[in-house]
Design a protein around this ligand. Structure first.
Ligand code: ACO
Length: 479
């Protein structure tokens, strides 16, 4: 196989952050509302001095620098974002400032809520596999600033950019490109119809259910495919289930949703298992009728949950508690690492699953647990809705492509935990200040001079927006 996948990865998130406990206090919420209720510890904030163009510039520049990538060796550059600064000019074109005389670079910006980065990754993958491939690398950048109006969604803001280098003979690879499944449908759970504000129109409750539906549909179809690919003999212990994967990375708007969703994966497993047992018993009855005992489910879930319409299960608190119990240990083992960063950064929309992958590398990878043969199942969700489950494999690169990229190099270059720990904690009132400066920029038009955060509060190497001139042209500099 070509083993196309992730060769290198770089994360950028703003240096300023607030803690969720300080936000609870500041907004007169009961203690635990955001920390325990949403499962979030902190949130990255930024104002009008950064936009997705500057953040993507920061991440890509740093990726090229840290891994010493020659800009001429990049043949594809594609961006996923939903924090648009322009309805026509793409962030991809802004990034071309980093590529000197190399103008032969395919790809554009892809838009669908939090899914654009995954669409870009699948495009990059397809290019590397195609007969149009010319041997150069692809870069995928996922970047967003999650900003919500005051209200229950406000604690789920965040900001971040992740750039990944994609190519053949990768240490984290799509070993079999068929190991994926998609859910696409038409729903209005979260969207941005009002161009005069940055904020989305969001139906929080509906967006959670749409996320579950997408996950369950993708995961169920993914399991079917895996069973066809790997378990032709139909052996009991080889059916794909949550415990068949070593790690999971979920799109993470806030951690509580990920915890509950992993419970839902176990509901799908139990219902699949129940279906298989029914079928088997039917077949045995045909051979040797009649069978005295009825089909009885095993495991911790009451039979009603295995048979009732799935739509009736979404508001069942008793089921939610049972699933939490069933999945708790597996969650701790399979999702703690991938969620560590998002608990400290918040929602990064398109970058969320990429940040999850980086967080996993920084945790399990650093401990030496991401050994060849281990697998990572990724679930990416974008409202509207588009979602995909795909599987990556950890492998030892063969060296067939020349320059060898390893997980160790990613661990060393990321040092994500240290970088997050070196951020500056600011007063929770700065969240409002940051978002107000962004709203002012949105309203004011051209020309415009940004004010927040000041340059002294940015990490060295960060790009920032110099200003928007009277002809609406944005210019950027680097701290
Ligand atoms: N201590 C402990 N827990 C508490 C406390 C407290 N003091 N107060 C509330 N809680 C718990 C609640 O019991 C609830 O727990 P549960 O989830 O186990 O039932 C939890 O906090 C959440 O509280 P809710 O009242 O249910 O919801 P809330 O009003 O906080 O809104 C929501 C949450 C809907 C997620 C909102 O933040 C939102 O709209 N976010 C944006 C949309 C979103 O992220 N959707 C996800 C998928 S789409 C996407 O990625 C954009």
């Amino acid at each position: 196989g070509l083993n196309i996948g992730i060769l290198a990865i770089e994360v950028y998130t703003p240096r300023t952050y607030i803690t969720q406990s300080s936000l609870e206090e500041h907004t007169s919420q009961p203690c635990g509302r955001y920390t325990l209720g949403l499962g979030q510890d902190a949130m990255a904030i930024t104002g009008d001095a950064e936009d997705v163009n500057s953040m993507a510039l920061t991440a890509v520049h740093s990726l090229l620098e840290k891994y010493n990538i020659d800009t001429k060796s990049v043949g594809r550059l594609e961006v996923g974002t939903e924090t648009l600064v322009d309805k026509s000019k793409s962030t991809k074109t802004v990034l071309m400032d980093l590529f000197g005389y190399n103008t032969d670079v395919e790809g554009a910006t892809v838009i669908n809520a939090c899914y654009g980065g995954t669409a870009a990754l699948l495009n990059a993958f397809t290019w590397c596999e195609s007969s149009a491939y010319d041997g150069r690398y692809a870069i995928v950048v996922a970047v967003d600033i999650a900003a919500y109006a005051r209200g229950p969604a406000r604690p789920t803001c965040g900001a971040g950019a992740v750039a990944v280098l994609v190519g053949r003979d990768a240490p984290l690879a799509f070993v079999d490109p068929r190991e994926r499944a998609t859910h696409a449908c038409n729903v209005y759970d979260f969207f941005k119809p009002d161009h005069s504000v940055e904020y989305p129109v969001v139906d929080g409750g509906l967006s959670q259910v749409c996320y579950y539906r997408a996950l369950e549909d993708c995961y169920d179809k993914f399991c079917d495919k895996m069973d066809r690919l790997e378990n032709g003999d139909g052996e009991d212990d080889k059916w794909f289930r949550a415990e068949s994967a070593d790690y999971f990375v979920f799109h993470a708007p806030y951690n509580k949703l990920v915890q509950k969703s992993f419970g839902r994966v176990h509901l799908v497993d139990a219902r699949r298992e129940y279906g298989r047992r029914l079928k088997r018993d039917e077949e045995e009855k045909k051979l040797d009728p009649p069978l005295p005992q009825d089909v009885k489910p095993q495991g911790a879930l009451a039979e009603e949950y295995l048979t009732m319409p799935i739509e009736d299960t979404y508001n069942d608190k008793a089921l939610e508690a049972a699933l939490k119990n069933i999945s708790k240990e597996s969650y701790a083992q399979r999702l703690t690492d991938s969620n560590a960063a998002s608990k400290l950064v918040g929602n990064t929309y398109t970058a969320s699953v990429f940040l999850g992958i980086a967080s996993l590398i920084d945790g399990a990878g650093k401990r030496g647990d991401l050994t060849p043969g281990k697998t990572v199942v990724v679930f990416s969700y974008g409202s509207g809705a588009l979602a995909t489950v795909y599987r990556l494999h950890v492998r030892e690169p063969s060296g067939s492509e020349g320059r060898v990229f390893t997980l160790d190099e990613m661990v060393n270059n990321l040092s994500l935990g240290e970088r997050l720990a070196s951020r500056e904690k600011v007063h929770p009132s700065e969240l409002d200040l940051a978002l107000e400066t962004r709203a002012r920029m949105h309203r004011s038009g051209a020309p415009y001079s940004p004010v927040y955060p000041t340059l002294g509060r940015m990490f060295p190497g960060t790009y920032f927006l110099n200003g928007i001139d009277s002809k609406w042209v944005r210019s950027y500099s680097r701290v």
